[in-house]
Design a protein around this ligand. Structure first.
Ligand SMILES: Nc1ncnc2c1ncn2[C@@H]1O[C@H](COP(=O)(O)OP(=O)(O)OP(=O)(O)O)[C@@H](O)[C@H]1O
Length: 787
């Protein structure tokens, strides 16, 4: 079975590259740069280089590409001022393209099958071949490459490489006109192509005569064109001349290829046969009339034609049939996701209500949680469970209402807003529509996107959603919207009211191991069309990746590393280096390089003025040591470690509280007047904010000022008030997971957070003593062992 792989496409033009021969390539086109950046982040610097058929096309579509390519590994070697790049591409393996598509981030992707080389020469043929090459080298200097020299000297037996080096040096452009040279596994076939191109004089002759014939035809076409033009054109009008020429060329092309789906006749035919809403039909027909009356190629013509193309491609009536089998839905949810018991139950209830009432007026499900915990993939599974098409739009950074609703069509280069654009991708009017990162929308003077979103989500209004470009009410009422957010408090309030929040929390290491073994690894093996006999991961290996190569609440990086290891195996397998592999800790270090992370470990020694806090970051929880130091001065407070305003305030409150209770904590009064106090929160470059370090700062101050050490095994979290009350904090689950991972034995938490204890996994509770506190005095008594 030949191996398949899915990777982003690298559009290559004007040149071609062959396996084994590194080449520097210049990249300037915006789309290619986007794909490159994507590949750096998501596919381990691997892409499929696919050549363009016509190198003059700036923005090639899939049909403008050949159906073969090369798997490349690349490195960026220079970033230029104008944002273009020079990359060093290492071509690894030839491939046949099975399909090309845009992935959900709108990156052109290809699914390819590797072409392995088969040496089908017999022994005698081989000797003859080497002799022939050696003989030819004498007469054709251009043939000499490093690999040819090695072959003749008997130092190299990789024929595929020899052939590629010849082809690449002598006739790289001819590869494109002989796709078989790339797609055929047979080395004999490849050699025949080389012979035809390089050795056969006859071929030179036919090539010449081919070009004579082509030139003749070209002249004929040119003559016909000019003849037609003569009849039509007014010689005085240069503009008119050019337009006519364009139109005739287009007509000629259309005659050749009658399959143009965007021709006005095709549209008219569709309008007469398909059940478009009357109003829409009328509008499109009116536009078609206008286009027909306009001079083709003029700006007005283009604007109007574009409008028609859009109107014809939006789903006005197409729909899929919903599935209503709840048992099936549950099976699908279980099939793709580990755990999430409550979440899945909640979703099934939601689907049950929807099916029963047949109404979509239920609140919008909003999946909230840190990155990589499965929000997007859960939404995809819900779509599968109810038989809907899935589409996603990212709202992160959207700050202008027109991004949602589009611009009027009279604007130059205008088009519909993101909602209608996404509906076009959905192809039906009742898809499952994921509104990703709804908490990351911003607003500015150009209008508030949240109010436009309100119209999208409100069942009272979304039957007639208005987009400035399409100028016709669009019915969104059959769409099932699901939103995702990292921080629910950042969701605009009016939208929040219409949502039902479902929390997805971060995973413990044990859960991550389970997810990797039961879901991510089998999924990756299946996607790459391998079997579990060929590649297996030990539990130790999975643990190694989780602990030392990822730092995250979810499993996104973990999944990326697994995929990258699988791809590395495929390349080794294709190079004939190995047939099977068992991935253990050692292989991980070999394949992924040096360990990347060491989770902040608890202090080795109990120290004066250093206390362990618990933090909640976008990567999940972590421990956060807080340091206090004194030196002679005048009572100033110095804060460092990139602290946000709230955290700075929290430090000031802590100091005031300590000052006003100094006696209770065994601190000399004079110490405040004679010293400056420096509070530092290490890993200075990472921004930190929030009030939850209040009791930690207080404790570090008391420890520093009274010269009493704090046990290295205690961690704490809680806001403090001037009166010494301990107020509740967020992210207790994440904080406690990281505390147990870092080896703490006891954590102090606010009493009001007792209600969140249920969310802490049992394995964490078993390792940690969790003590709720209401007043700072209790913290003091426990930490400094006064009772
Ligand atoms: N409980 C789980 N069981 C199996 N796979 C999971 C689970 N949670 C997450 N995954 C997998 O982890 C990957 C990342 O998840 P996904 O992209 O859905 O995260 P997300 O929460 O949407 O992140 P973001 O907020 O960054 O978009 C997916 O491949 C998903 O299938």
């Amino acid at each position: 079975m030949s191996k398949k792989i899915k990777l982003p496409i690298f559009h290559i033009r004007g040149t071609f590259i062959v396996p084994g021969i590194k080449e520097n390539l210049e990249v300037g086109r915006k789309n290619t740069l986007r794909s490159i950046n994507y590949a750096i982040k998501n596919s381990n610097n691997q892409m499929i280089a696919i050549p363009q058929i016509d190198h003059s096309i700036e923005e090639p579509k899939f049909e403008d590409l050949h159906n073969f390519g090369i798997l490349i590994d690349f490195e960026v070697i220079k970033e230029w001022k104008d944002e273009s790049l020079t990359i060093s591409a290492n071509p690894i393996q030839r491939c046949k393209v099975i399909e090309m598509y845009e992935n959900e981030d709108q990156i052109p992707y290809s699914n390819v099958e590797f072409v392995e080389s088969i040496n089908d020469f017999s022994e005698e043929e081989l000797t003859e071949l080497v002799n022939k090459i050696a003989e030819a080298v004498k007469t054709k200097g251009t043939l000499v490459t490093k690999q040819v020299r090695q072959l003749i000297a008997g130092e190299l037996d990789d024929l595929a490489l020899v052939f590629d080096s010849i082809m690449f040096k002598v006739a790289p452009s001819r590869i494109l006109s002989n796709p078989e040279y790339i797609t055929s596994p047979s080395l004999k076939t490849r050699w025949q192509i080389i012979e035809k191109i390089i050795f056969s004089e006859e071929d030179y002759a036919t090539r010449n005569s081919e070009s004579v014939e082509a030139a003749k035809q070209k002249t004929q076409i040119e003559q016909d064109l000019n003849q037609k033009l003569k009849e039509k054109m007014d010689k005085q009008q240069k503009e008119y001349y050019l337009r006519e020429k364009m139109r005739i060329i287009k007509d000629e092309l259309d005659d050749e290829d009658g399959s143009d789906d965007t021709s006005l006749d095709k549209y008219k035919e569709r309008l007469s046969k398909e059940p478009f809403p009357e109003e829409v039909k009328r509008k499109i027909l009116a536009s078609i009339k206008r286009v027909e009356a306009l001079q083709s190629g003029t700006p007005e013509w283009n604007t109007e034609k574009n409008y028609i193309d859009w109107m014809m491609s939006i789903p006005w009536w197409e729909e899929t049939e919903d599935l209503t089998d709840l048992k099936f839905a549950k099976e699908i949810l279980d099939k793709h996701h580990y755990g999430m018991k409550k979440v899945k139950e909640r979703i099934i209830e939601y689907l049950a209500v929807k099916t029963k009432t047949k109404s979509l007026k239920a609140p919008i499900i909003t999946l909230v949680g840190p990155p990589g915990v499965g929000k997007t993939s859960l939404a995809k599974s819900i779509a599968e469970a109810v038989g809907k098409n899935f589409v996603k739009v990212s709202l992160g950074g959207v700050k202008d209402e027109s991004e949602i609703r589009g611009h009027r069509k009279t604007y130059v280069g205008s088009m519909p807003g993101r909602i209608i654009q996404t509906m076009k991708r959905a192809k039906v009017k009742n898809p499952l529509f994921l509104l990703d990162e709804i908490d990351k929308m911003a607003s500015d003077h150009r209008g508030d996107p949240a109010s436009a979103m309100l119209e999208v989500l409100d069942p009272e209004q979304n039957k007639e959603f208005s987009d400035h470009y399409i100028e016709e009410a669009y019915d969104l009422s059959q769409v099932m919207f699901i939103a995702t957010a990292n921080y629910p408090e950042d969701i605009p309030e009016a939208l929040y009211d219409r949502m039902e929040i479902i929390n997805l929390s971060s995973y413990t290491e044990i859960e991550k191991v389970k997810i990797a073994q039961d879901y991510l690894i089998p999924k990756s093996i299946e996607q790459h069309e391998l079997t579990s006999e060929e590649i297996t991961f030990t539990e130790g290996a999975v643990n190694e990746i989780i602990k030392f190569y990822t730092r995250e609440a979810g499993v996104r990086q973990l999944e990326r590393h697994i995929n990258s290891i699988v791809r590395k195996y495929i390349v080794k397998n294709l190079n004939g280096e190995l047939k099977k592999i068992v991935i253990d800790e050692k292989t991980i270090n070999d394949l992924l390089g040096k360990r990347i992370f060491d989770h902040t470990e608890k202090q080795d020694e109990s120290q004066v003025g250093v206390v362990t806090g618990l933090a909640y970051t976008q990567f999940g929880g972590d421990i956060l040591p807080i340091e206090v130091s004194l030196y002679p001065g005048k009572g100033n407070l110095i804060l460092t470690g990139k602290l946000g305003d709230v955290m700075k305030e929290s430090a000031t409150i802590a100091l005031t509280y300590v000052k006003s209770n100094y006696e209770k904590f065994g601190i000399e009064k004079t110490i405040f007047e004679e010293n400056d106090i420096h509070i530092h929160v290490p890993e200075g470059a990472v921004p930190k904010d929030g009030p939850s370090a209040g009791i930690t700062i207080t404790t570090a101050l008391i420890s520093g000022l009274s010269n009493k050490p704090v046990s290295k095994e205690i961690g704490m979290t809680g806001e403090i008030t001037l009166r010494g009350n301990v107020l509740p904090i967020g992210g207790l689950r994440e904080k406690s997971i990281s505390a147990s991972r870092s080896g703490l034995k006891t954590i102090l938490i606010p009493k009001k957070n007792e209600r969140d204890l249920d969310e802490i996994p049992d394995e964490v509770k078993a390792k940690l003593k969790i003590i709720p506190t209401e007043k700072y005095e209790q913290v003091f008594d426990i930490v400094f062992n006064t009772k």
